[in-house]
Ligand binder design. Structure first.
Ligand SMILES: *[C@@H]1O[C@H](CO)[C@@H](O)[C@H](O)[C@H]1NC(C)=O
Ligand SMILES: *[C@@H]1O[C@H](CO)[C@@H](O)[C@H](O)[C@H]1NC(C)=O
Ligand SMILES: *[C@@H]1O[C@H](CO)[C@@H](O)[C@H](O)[C@H]1NC(C)=O
Ligand SMILES: *[C@@H]1O[C@H](CO)[C@@H](O)[C@H](O)[C@H]1NC(C)=O
Ligand SMILES: *[C@@H]1O[C@H](CO)[C@@H](O)[C@H](O)[C@H]1NC(C)=O
Ligand SMILES: *[C@@H]1O[C@H](CO)[C@@H](O)[C@H](O)[C@H]1NC(C)=O
Ligand SMILES: *[C@@H]1O[C@H](CO)[C@@H](O)[C@H](O)[C@H]1NC(C)=O
Ligand SMILES: *[C@@H]1O[C@H](CO)[C@@H](O)[C@H](O)[C@H]1NC(C)=O
Length: 832
């Protein structure tokens, strides 16, 4: 009985709250237009308003959309008798009129509007219990190919009517990879990236999804749900790159010629080709069937392979899928004749050269594909002029092109010059090349140096490369301007590094000795250089180079003070970030070319972490290191010679810090707004995330979670979801409406393990349509239907006080006419 009474007064209180009764003067008043908001589904027999009659009015009358629910007592008490249903009528337009004793209207009728507010009393329902669809293999991820659709009669402007779709099951599921995704708002089903890549009708032509829809935006534990089943057929993607095309160059067939084709999965696609090589001429085209053509003869010698792309677009010019790569290889035909190396190729042959000696090789060229019959050349002498003393003096090796003396030695006074016509042929073509053979004097004179010793030469070690340091001269009495008299100088001793070279003036045979590589006092302070002078033509039998063909000189290199040299441009070292102060973390070495001692120092040690031993170059830590402050730590090392000109050089030292577990775990964010709706209808849970600043190579962190205090363990439990996330759940539903602070221990399982205790503040609060109304220190808002007795009892106290104030005011204002504003307004919840 007591409970009954409570409930009744509670219902009244609900009304006070919903209609503004709780506010002073809104409980009753004279007849005027008013609006009331009432939640649907509430206890019936509720008072809405008490109209006050002004004489001569004595009674009231109610008309309009009463639906037999709204009633008015003769004395003006407006109430309703049945639970309202927003889905039946969301607004009731009523009229109230005041009548006199004779039943004649003396006031009104005035409009009274009842707005019915939604509660979540309707389940979402899928329009179909089964959906069927098909998707093309390799479809664009995220592009819906099928929509599921559910409806919910509740107000879509409130969470009650906001639906959220979700895939519950995908069958079959391979390696736990979801191939399908659903847009939780629109119900559009599309492929995931994995689905786009991996779906293959040859392996698995059909899939089944179970899809759920939840109201309350899917966010509440109290949401209603429905499920449906979706069958999906995967169809083959015919948008595939065609096989590489091989085509013969220089085709004489009429162009364009179809070479291959691509096809989009559906008709109506717009095809185009893209030439990513930016060719000056692009000899391919595609038509709107997807057939690809070559538009003109190709030339393998110009370009032997083409790669381009075929694109399919929709009617708005948007690509339908990825571009396909088209490969075209141009096959060789023998369409290039051999070519001679030059119009006339000149060789020299000495008088009296022996039979079989080689004279030189003719190398013709063929542009057709190498190592095929199209470019394999053979050589044949077709004519010799003059035919003196006989024809056939020369022969040529058929494939190598090497010319040799075939019959006898030649005499310059008989015939100083022969012209040969040589036929060079490949499979189909013949080319004539011309060779001129000059008979020259025999090489029976050796080059003779003007002097055998060029004396001493002193150079600084920094003498520029390219400088001419000496000229040398030899002479040769053979026929001028032939290979028998031309002189080539070689350094044959004293320069194993190849620092020197000699260039010959072809007119005077003067040799210029040039520095080719830098001189170095430290490795070669004195060099005894020996030159040899030689002819390009071999000497005749019996003649040899003698001492007159050699000359020497002595090179003295003087020292120039040079800066120390580091052995490396960059020195790298790696230490753990927790090394003790004073640990050796690395070393550097430099050498002074002059052998002076070196003093090391550091530059750019901005964090003051390091010091260097001036003598040994060893580097030590002088402060705690911290990987999280930045790794690698880069400083410069300086090596300065001690004495001399104090020259110095600089190198880099990079210290890589490896992580140690030195950061305790913490919450990934401020969880300021965790709440449960009070009272709990079922045990609830929340997910939170931890993090820390250490490096977690290869795998993420692996935190473990526990409730920190035993006293909390009866109310709460924490369970790990994965390495970073855990779920905090209530063990029961019996919580007070207040803030609870839950201490949770997080251990990072590192080496050494670090642990910290964090606090999560969880509020149990009354929930309205927009979430939580915080209790302590905040004004209460409107409770929703289904809200339990507890909250109302709390608010009862507040209301009681307000009523008391109203009552006192009414007493003090007695006599005054208590006129109210025309519109009664809803109490707006004060958000926390
Ligand atoms: C879902 O069905 C409702 C009612 O038939 C309709 O108004 C709405 O447009 C549909 N939504 C979609 C995405 O098809
Ligand atoms: C719905 O999807 C959006 C984005 O895809 C996401 O941010 C949101 O959290 C999802 N809502 C639910 C209830 O899963
Ligand atoms: C095509 O072949 C003919 C002989 O078959 C040749 O004369 C012509 O130069 C060739 N064209 C190209 C572009 O190679
Ligand atoms: C060889 O040909 C050249 C032209 O290339 C000509 O000047 C010369 O007289 C010819 N020599 C002989 C011996 O025919
Ligand atoms: C060259 O130097 C050597 C050694 O210093 C010395 O003996 C010689 O006399 C010098 N020769 C000439 C020509 O100066
Ligand atoms: C080298 O040979 C030439 C003749 O070919 C001769 O004149 C010269 O004296 C010889 N030199 C030496 C050092 O024997
Ligand atoms: C200096 O470092 C090198 C490697 O860079 C190492 O081989 C050498 O032993 C070190 N020397 C000293 C004295 O630590
Ligand atoms: C851990 O679980 C949370 C919540 O389920 C999820 O958002 C997160 O992606 C998961 N992390 C990993 C690495 O699996």
């Amino acid at each position: 009985m007591i409970l009954q009474a409570h409930l009744h007064s509670l219902c009244l209180l609900m009304l006070y709250l919903a209609t503004g009764y709780g506010q002073e003067g809104k409980f009753s008043g004279p007849l005027k237009p008013m609006t009331f908001s009432i939640y649907e589904g509430q206890e019936p027999s509720q008072i809405i308003f008490q109209f006050k009659a002004n004489p001569p009015a004595v009674t009231f009358e109610l008309t309009g959309e009463t639906d037999n629910i709204f009633k008015i007592e003769r004395e003006g008490l407006l109430y309703y008798t049945k639970a309202l249903d927003r889905e039946t009528r969301s607004t009731h337009n009523l009229q109230v009129a005041a009548l006199d004793a004779n039943g004649a209207i003396v006031e009104g009728p005035v409009p009274i509007t009842i707005e019915v507010k939604d509660v979540n009393d309707n389940r979402p329902t899928f329009l179909q219990s089964k959906y069927e669809g098909s998707v093309r293999q390799n479809s664009r991820p995220g592009k819906p190919f099928l929509y599921v659709n559910a409806t919910d009669l509740d107000d879509p402007a409130t969470p009650n009517g906001q639906l959220s779709y979700q895939i519950v099951i995908q069958l079959p599921m391979i390696n736990n990879v979801m191939y399908f995704q659903i847009n939780n708002k629109t119900g559009g089903i599309s492929l995931t990236r994995e689905g786009s890549q991996e779906l293959n009708p040859a392996k698995n032509p059909s899939y089944n999804l179970v899809i759920s829809v939840k109201d309350m935006g899917g966010q509440s534990e109290n949401s209603f749900s429905d499920t449906t089943s979706v069958d999906i057929i995967v169809t083959e993607n015919i948008w595939k790159a065609p096989e590489p095309v091989e085509m013969v160059e220089n085709s004489t067939d009429p162009h364009p010629i179809k070479i291959t084709q691509v096809r989009w999965n559906d008709p109506g696609a717009q095809y185009s080709l893209v030439d990513k090589e930016k060719l000056p001429r692009f000899p391919f085209s595609i038509d709107q069937e997807g057939d690809i053509y070559v538009t003109q003869p190709l030339d393998r010698e110009e370009k032997d392979a083409y790669v381009f792309y075929a694109v399919a677009k929709d009617e708005y010019g948007k690509p339908l899928s990825y571009p396909l790569e088209i490969h075209v290889k141009v096959q060789d035909i023998n369409d290039n004749p051999p070519t001679c190396p030059s119009p006339v190729t000149v060789f020299e042959v000495q008088e009296n050269e022996r039979l079989g000696n080689s004279i030189g090789a003719l190398t013709a060229h063929d542009s057709d594909e190498e190592n095929t019959a199209n470019s394999l050349l053979n050589y044949r002498i077709v004519e010799q002029t003059p035919k003196l003393p006989m024809d056939g003096l020369f022969l040529i090796q058929t494939y190598a092109g090497m010319l040799q003396l075939a019959k006898q030695s030649l005499k310059k006074q008989d015939t100083p010059q022969y012209n040969l016509t040589i036929e060079v042929s490949d499979k189909d073509f013949k080319t004539l090349c011309f060779v001129q053979i000059n008979v020259i004097d025999i090489n029976d004179q050796i080059p003779i140096f003007e002097k055998s010793d060029y004396g001493n030469l002193t150079l600084a070690e920094d003498t520029n490369v390219g400088s001419t340091i000496l000229t040398i001269q030899a002479t040769d009495a053979d026929e001028p301007f032939t290979g028998s008299s031309k002189i080539l100088y070689h350094v044959i001793k004293g320069d194993s590094e190849g620092r020197l070279g000699v260039d010959t003036d072809p007119h005077t045979n003067t040799g210029y000795v040039i520095i080719k590589k830098p001189l170095d006092f430290e490795t070669a302070a004195i060099s005894n250089i020996v030159f040899k002078a030689e002819n390009p033509e071999p000497l005749v039998f019996g003649v040899t180079y003698n001492a007159s063909s050699f000359a020497k000189f002595t090179l003295f290199v003087t020292d120039v003070n040079e800066a120390p040299e580091f052995s490396q441009y960059v020195f790298q070292a790696k230490v753990s970030e927790d090394v003790a102060i004073g640990t050796k973390v690395g070393n550097v070495t430099a050498k002074d070319p002059e052998g002076l001692d070196i003093s090391y120092s550091l530059r750019g040690d901005t964090r003051g972490w390091l010091k260097i031993d001036h003598v040994t170059g060893e580097i030590f830590s002088v402060a705690p290191l911290d990987r999280e402050a930045g790794s690698p730590y880069r400083v410069q090392v300086v090596a300065t010679e001690v004495g001399g000109s104090s020259l110095s050089s600089v190198s880099q030292f990079h210290l890589i810090l490896t992580d140690v577990n030195d950061n305790p775990p913490r919450l990934a964010k401020d969880y300021m707004d965790l709440y449960f709706c009070h009272p709990l209808s079922a045990p609830g849970s929340l997910i939170f995330e931890a993090t820390d600043d250490d490096q977690h190579l290869f795998r993420g962190p692996h935190f473990t979670f526990s409730i920190a205090s035993e006293s909390l363990q009866n109310d709460w439990q924490v369970s790990k979801i994965n390495g970073t996330h855990a779920r905090l759940s209530t063990r029961h539903t019996d919580f007070e409406e207040k803030e609870y602070v839950v201490s949770i221990r997080i251990n990072d399982g590192g080496r050494p393990p670090l642990e910290s205790t964090v606090s999560l503040t969880v509020t149990f609060c009354s929930c309205g349509e927009d979430g939580c109304f915080r209790p302590a220190g905040h004004q209460p808002g409107i409770p929703t239907v289904g809200m339990a007795v507890g909250i109302l009892l709390t608010t009862l106290l507040v209301i009681g006080i307000i009523l008391a104030v109203v009552f006192i005011r009414m007493k003090t204002d007695k006599g005054k006419d208590n006129v109210e504003s025309a519109q009664a307004s809803e109490v707006k919840p004060l958000r926390s």
